[in-house]
Design a protein around this ligand. Structure first.
Ligand code: ATP
Length: 266
């Protein structure tokens, strides 16, 4: 009989094309170890869900993947997170360029106090693109990819804050896409949205995986089951189980996973 560890290694070992990989990664808030010795690989052009009860460290881990925790004083990280074989935790890494490659969408839609157009054009302008036609092309392409173009094409120059919550969240996705990332980190992107808007975001995520690697934190297990190919279950900072989503939900190998999925805690 293989040990559980061996079984999991075998299962995660079937990821043929790895976009990003954590190796023995830990993250501390001062002396508190919020993420503990996590090793896992994220498949390219696919969706991986991070699930677990409140406080288990899934958002902290997600934010570590593009060094977003750096902005919190007193944080410390150990281990490695590899992108193309390079450790992104290395102090010499250019975090602005890293965050261009690994974009982030937050729980609450947070468009800038600018027009729809200027929200999407912001990143490309920051990168030095000034040509008006080129910017128009990028804005249209990004809004189309975020499944928002048809709804906003006649109001590009009105305030983004006037959009609905669901539209604002798709605008935030368009804003991320506009700077051509390779990986998108989504931190509970639908938790503030109504069911119809949630469905649109879920459809969008499934569409976007053709072009991007997507890592999503969700409280919603049905959502993880609907849109992800792999799921990682965290508990008190530990990665308890990582597997293909179908296996995880149909035959979890750990009791804690089974209890959580069955709604016995969390
Ligand atoms: N800025 C911070 N300073 C100190 N501790 C923090 C900070 N942010 C999170 N923590 C702690 O780290 C642990 C993990 O928090 P985290 O937000 O990553 O969990 P989570 O699983 O994403 O929870 P939720 O689903 O409620 O967002 C928790 O114990 C939390 O209290």
């Amino acid at each position: 009989m293989p040990t559980t560890e061996t079984k999991q290694e075998q299962k995660t070992g079937i990821i043929a094309d790895i976009a990003l990989e954590a190796k023995n990664f830990s993250m501390y808030y001062s002396n508190f170890k919020a993420v503990k010795n996590v090793s896992m690989a994220f498949p390219k052009n696919d969706v991986t869900a991070l699930i677990g009860p409140s406080g288990c460290g899934k958002s902290t881990f997600l934010r570590s993947l593009n060094r977003m925790n750096d902005i919190i004083p007193g944080t410390r990280m150990e281990g490695e997170i590899l992108l193309d074989g390079n450790n992104i935790l290395d102090p010499t890494v250019d975090v602005v360029e890293l965050r261009r490659q690994i974009g982030m969408v937050w729980q609450r839609p947070n468009p800038f106090e600018k027009s729809v157009f200027d929200n999407v054009a912001y990143g490309p302008k920051y990168q030095g693109i000034r040509n008006k036609k080129k910017l128009e092309e990028i804005v249209e392409e990004s809004l189309r990819k975020a499944a928002l173009w048809d709804e906003v094409k006649d109001r590009l120059h009105t305030s983004a804050k006037a959009l609905s919550g669901g539209q604002q969240q798709r605008l935030c996705i368009a804003r991320s896409i506009a700077i051509k990332p390779r990986i998108l980190l989504l931190d509970e992107p639908t938790s503030a949205l109504d069911p119809i808007s949630t469905m649109k975001i879920e459809e969008l995520v499934v569409e976007l995986k053709k072009e991007y690697t997507i890592i999503i934190v969700t409280h919603n297990m049905q959502q993880a089951a609907r849109i992800s190919s792999y799921t990682a279950f965290f508990l008190m900072g530990d990665l308890i189980e990582y597997d293909q989503t179908n296996n995880m939900f149909l035959s979890p190998s750990k009791q804690e996973t089974s209890d959580y999925i069955a709604g016995r805690f969390g």
